[in-house]
Design a protein around this ligand. Structure first.
Ligand code: 5RP
Length: 234
């Protein structure tokens, strides 16, 4: 089964987590976009939710689909966020930020009672690190931070878009840091967080409550402490 079909299956399975009246964090990336399109259908059928988007682009999409939006001026807590990931491991630690929205994604995740990750089977790994860890930096500190991360053993590339440095929604740059296997993701997360000039990094440790991973037609629901089979057709 193609990864696109697995993404769609995981997205469908996530809908049963969304209750009427919920404040919902809206993730970024292609799998999260499937979720948002499905939520749009539910909203048009009468579901009442208010969304907090994790990127400008997602906000625009949600508005187009008729999903009412809100902000942290109005709400302190998000009931549920559904988002994608670039990799997840057995502890449900994540690498995120392939789409460049990691800063808002982490802010939204940190305010969420539940973070449900939707993923195709290619995202499941034993040890994080095959996918580069995105690190969002202020442009001024970028060469310094790059060298410091290289000294930790990574190959570091400044993310480009149309021949220029990629610029995030908050006006920063992204360093894509390939570490290979990351045996202790929590320790690496602390090292990155403590570097002046780093705004945020794409390691999400102890944040996901559930991962819905699709393999073929089957969607498995992974919790940090137990694993059950999810019904892909809610
Ligand atoms: C964006 C992300 C995405 O969730 C991640 O890149 C997965 O994307 P996709 O669902 O397209 O595979 O973290 O910043």
């Amino acid at each position: 089964m193609a990864h696109d079909a697995e993404k769609e299956a995981a997205a469908r399975a996530s809908l049963r987590f969304v209750r009427d009246g919920a404040i919902a964090g809206l993730g970024s990336g292609s799998t999260a976009t499937d979720v948002i399109r499905l939520l749009g259908e539910r909203v048009r059928a009468g579901l009442k939710i208010r969304g907090i988007p994790t990127s400008r682009q997602v906000g625009e999409l949600a508005a187009t689909l008729g999903i009412p939006l809100t902000t942290f001026n109005e709400v302190q807590e998000i009931d549920i966020t559904i988002d994608g990931a670039d990799e997840f491991d057995p502890q449900l630690s994540l690498i995120k930020g392939g789409g460049g929205a990691l800063l808002r994604e982490k802010v939204v995740a940190s305010a969420s009672r539940q973070l449900v990750i939707v993923a195709d089977s290619s995202k499941q790994v034993h040890t994080l690190g095959n996918f580069p860890v995105p690190v969002e930096v202020i442009a001024f500190a970028e060469p310094l931070v790059k060298r410091r991360i290289e000294m930790l053993g990574a190959t570091v590339i400044l993310r480009q878009s149309n021949g220029r440095p990629f610029v995030t929604d908050e006006g920063h740059h992204i360093l894509d840091c390939r570490f290979g296997q990351i045996p202790d993701a929590a320790a690496l997360a602390r090292k990155l967080r403590d570097m002046p000039g780093v705004v945020e990094h794409g390691l999400f440790i102890n944040m996901a409550t559930v991962v819905l991973v699709a393999r073929g037609h089957e969607v498995t629901e992974l919790h940090r402490d137990k694993t059950t089979r999810a019904d892909p057709k809610p």
